[in-house]
Design a protein around this ligand. Sequence first.
Ligand code: EPU
Length: 425
Amino acid sequence: MAEEKMLITGERRLEGTVRVSGGKNTAVAIIPAAILSQTPCVIENLPNIEDVIVSVETLRYLGAKVTWSPEEGIMEVDPSTITKTAIPEELCSRMRASSYYIGALLARFGEAKVPLPGGCTIGRRPIDQHIKGMRAIGAQVDTDRGGTVLAQAKNGLSGGDVFLDMPTVGGTINVMLAASRAQGITTIYNAAKEPHIVDLANFLNSMGCKVKGAGTDVIRIRGQQNLRPRRPYAVIPDQIETGTLMIAAAATHGDVTVTGCIPTHMEALTAKLLEMGARVDEKDDAIRVRSIGAHRGVTFKTQVYPGFPTDLQQPMSALLCTATGSSTVVENIFESRLRHLAEMERMGANVRVFERTAVIQGVPKLHGAAVEASDLRAGAALVVAGLMAQGTTEITGTHFIDRGYEHLEDKLSSLGADIRRSKDA
Ligand code: EPU
């Protein structure tokens, strides 16, 4: 079958204004949360990306009525027609966030059967903390030999204390979903603090749930049986798309204003771009990135929010390939998230990787090459590298990029990039 490629001819300065889409990682949590509602929910500002398309298919498979207008980013979900509580492997294998249907279905129907994809190219991605949390509030959870999770709460769930071993984003979200209709108070200790945790809490609260403390280490959820949204809910802008566009602006020594974003979500990246010598100006809901001279190499470690996000490590390390001097990148969240650097080497990057640490010696220029995206953010990193490189870069594995970036080529083209898709025979 013809394989689609993204073709980028680099060394074009990006200039202008671009609007960021709604957040992927918040959308994939809020869409399953619609299952918790007694009445139809309207969700706005959803990105038109593959993960949202799979979420729509999943809800429809379960029996929900879903109206989805991709170009407007508006979805209406009527969960009252749901008849199923098991999801087939074919759907789950297309989206890693399918585990959120365990928490949502368990909370609403007292049972869920969800097969989980195994490890992926960025690391193992276990869900032991999600399961531990659901057990702590009264669910019986087993995993069969094929890796399907069977969760049940015949007598309903009741609040309890959940101590997470690490501040896992997915674990925090799944326990929040499961606890949303439980009797009594659930307290999550060592909770993740990412912006999408706060967004999910706001969505649950807009339906009448009582969630307090989201954005801190301790989240308290007083479950409510009768959840009903009173008005449409708009998801927050995508933190990682914002960061990718900021990095692309710096990478091309451009002058780009990203609008519709939340600058305070971007502080870790902004600080590093400033350290590299770029200029970053923040407004209420826009960030302008300008870059003229050479960038200085920097050191950074990925951390949970508000530290430097692992999802921006890959595009940022692409940018560092042409910074002067040496840069060190430590990937603390996912054990195998430095693989994209081998592809960078094909483009002339000088990189050494030791387990979770990459030492990048800046080179004056990258050159175009045929490279392969092995995951979503690796794809974003290759796009950044392609924008910087002399000549044409051909990226395969474009379906990974489509999982999480809405109209990426259109947005970059509108800023002056030479980027297009082609299909080989
Ligand atoms: N972990 C466990 N056990 C668990 C859960 C997590 O050991 O039960 C470990 C993981 O192996 C990892 C660390 O804890 O080493 C953090 O994982 P976390 O659960 O926080 O990540 P996630 O929920 O699987 C989400 C995003 C990722 C993002 C990470 C970290 C979604 C759908 N995915 O994944 O996004 O990298 O948080 O911020 O929200 C992406 O957008 O490209 C992406 C991979």
